[in-house]
Ligand binder design. Structure first.
Ligand code: C5P
Length: 227
């Protein structure tokens, strides 16, 4: 059974990560959430004082990129991989609305993308990988054997994200979450470097009306046709 690379791209809060993780586990593949990496760089920028309001001091961040170490480590309690920034587990800190509001400004930077894409390619050297993000099928692994483009309406995605943040105990308003989802969609799809777009050979999965299990079954079916 040949190992393959599975690239899953799509807009924010499409539930990509959940289904990608489930798929990786069913295939005994490694799962990599590249959004966590861009979020960790953003957290680093916030903590270092390189941000003010919704602005990011690009030069300061780029000048410090070398002192930033990113790593995924297995968490035996959850069975998942947690994001570590310079040796610290930041899995929780990178999911706040504050980080979400700034991450698209950080991910437009070519220097940040170059660094993270190199790390991602290294993680995929041995295939047997499910990676999700915005540019996996177009830039990171253009030769991936299976490419999925996940989508759902902005309202549905904002409602999902809102519930997730409330469940995590964050004090947020639905309107602010919807605004964040729309804004990130716009920046992600219109940036100059590696904009979010469907690869020509990607299969579109609109999960607006699909349950979690149905999405998983669909992706597993697509993978099994190749493997
Ligand atoms: O997937 P998630 O919503 O956690 O991603 C957070 C942000 O990271 C995205 O809105 C996007 O700006 C950026 N990102 C990216 N390229 C990737 C993954 C994420 O630009 N491959």
């Amino acid at each position: 059974m040949p190992d393959i690379t599975i690239a899953i791209d799509g807009f924010s809060s499409t539930g990509k990560s959940t289904v990608a993780r489930q798929l990786a586990s069913a295939l005994s593949y490694v799962y990599v959430d590249t959004g966590a990496m861009y979020r960790a760089v953003t957290l680093y920028a916030i903590r270092s004082g390189f941000t003010s309001g919704e602005n990011v001091d690009h030069k300061a961040l780029v000048d410090h990129l070398n002192s930033l170490d990113l790593e995924f480590r297995h968490n035996s309690d959850t069975g998942r991989s947690d994001m570590y920034l310079n040796g610290e587990n930041v899995e929780k800190e990178i999911r706040t609305l504050e980080v979400s509001s700034l991450v698209s400004q950080v991910s437009v930077l070519p220097e940040v993308r170059t660094k993270l894409v190199a790390l991602q390619r290294k993680m995929g050297e041995n295939k047997a990988l499910v990676m999700d993000g915005r540019d996996i099928g177009t830039v990171v692994f253009p030769d991936a054997e299976l490419k999925i483009f996940m989508t759902a309406s902005p309202d549905i995605r904002a409602a999902r994200r809102y519930k997730e943040l409330l469940d995590r105990g964050e004090d947020v308003k639905y309107e602010d979450v919807l605004e964040n989802v729309r804004k990130r969609d716009h920046i992600d799809a219109n940036r100059a470097v590696s904009p979010l777009k469907k690869a020509d050979d990607a299969v579109v999965v609109d999960n607006s009306d699909m349950g979690r299990e149905e999405q998983f079954e669909r992706l597993l079916f697509l993978a099994k046709q190749i493997i």
